[in-house]
Design a protein around this ligand. Structure first.
Ligand SMILES: Nc1ncnc2c1ncn2[C@@H]1O[C@H](COP(=O)(O)OP(=O)(O)OP(=O)(O)O)[C@@H](O)[C@H]1O
Ligand SMILES: [Mg+2]
Length: 262
């Protein structure tokens, strides 16, 4: 018998609608004197793809990191699928497994093969058998277009290929949410699209995604919503079309002028 990742699912309260996938209420965060997240309120329904934009230092990475509790917050509420973020222990490990994160640097295990990189956590955290983990990993590697590289080591792959392995590795945990923090910004330009294509297909399949990226093509093609941050606050929150054609704030106009103008 295989354990289903949804076997704790939401039969309780079945008369009410499903809770949003992510809720942030009045979230505050400081690094010393620096107020990095100011009164963040955000609700992301299941299946929504949110692109987070904003100048360097505006708090985009910190926002992502608070959602799987890589960064604790000072005050406020963060919930994933209606449950407050656990502080520690097994519940926290479980939350992290449900919230996948892909960073700019791929952070693959250098001394493990591509296949091992993808099967490790499902076996350890999800307690999958090696056979099940291997089968699922091969499916995912195939899906991101690198099944033929499965026995190589990360250093033998291009940056774009490594980032696709990192995405497959996250997906192997059957996450409910995927957070992406500038996943293509360390890549050579010719490799950006192969990674964005994988992300676009994930978005189309209904994954709930929060994506920090300056790739406007992705935002226009795949985002349901754009959030613009400045100085730790959400300054604009709208659909991509309105945001790009008529940003409301001076900050956003200035920012768009810079990134679209180069
Ligand atoms: N661990 C930390 N300790 C102290 N200050 C930090 C820490 N992490 C981030 N900061 C500061 O918090 C602010 C927000 O940082 P964050 O990384 O969230 O910005 P960002 O919008 O992701 O920027 P970038 O576009 O450059 O990645 C910055 O001023 C940064 O210097
Ligand atoms: Mg950042």
């Amino acid at each position: 018998m295989t354990a289903s990742p949804t076997d704790d699912s939401t039969t309780a309260g079945s008369t009410s609608p499903a809770p949003p996938m992510i809720v942030m209420k009045n979230v505050q965060k400081h690094f010393g004197d620096l107020h990095v997240l100011r009164d963040i309120d955000l609700e992301v329904p299941a299946g929504q793809v949110v692109v987070v934009l904003g100048p360097s230092g505006s708090g985009k990475s910190t926002l992502c990191r608070t959602i799987n509790r890589l960064e604790p917050v000072d005050s406020g509420v963060i919930e994933v699928e209606g449950r407050a973020l656990p502080d520690e222990g097994r519940d926290l490990a479980r939350l992290r497994a449900d919230v996948g994160m892909v960073f700019q640097s791929f952070n693959l295990f250098a001394h493990k093969t591509i296949l091992e990189n993808v099967t490790l956590a499902p076996m350890k955290v999800r307690k999958k058998s090696k056979a099940d983990a291997n089968a699922r990993a091969l499916e995912l590697l195939d899906r991101v277009g690198i099944a033929s590289q499965k026995d190589k080591y990360p250093a033998q792959l291009s940056g774009g290929q490594q980032q696709r392995v990192a995405i497959a590795r996250s997906l192997a945990m059957d996450p409910k949410i995927m957070l992406f923090d500038e996943p293509t910004s360390a890549l050579d330009p010719e490799m950006v699209n192969e990674v964005l294509d994988v992300m676009v297909s994930l978005a189309k399949e209904g994954m709930t995604m929060l994506v920090v990226t300056h790739e406007m093509g992705f935002a226009r093609k795949a985002a349901d919503r754009v959030i613009f941050m400045a100085d730790g606050a959400i300054v604009e929150d709208s659909d991509p079309e309105s945001f790009f054609s008529q940003p409301e704030s001076e900050r956003a106009r200035d920012f768009l002028g810079k990134i679209l103008g180069h």
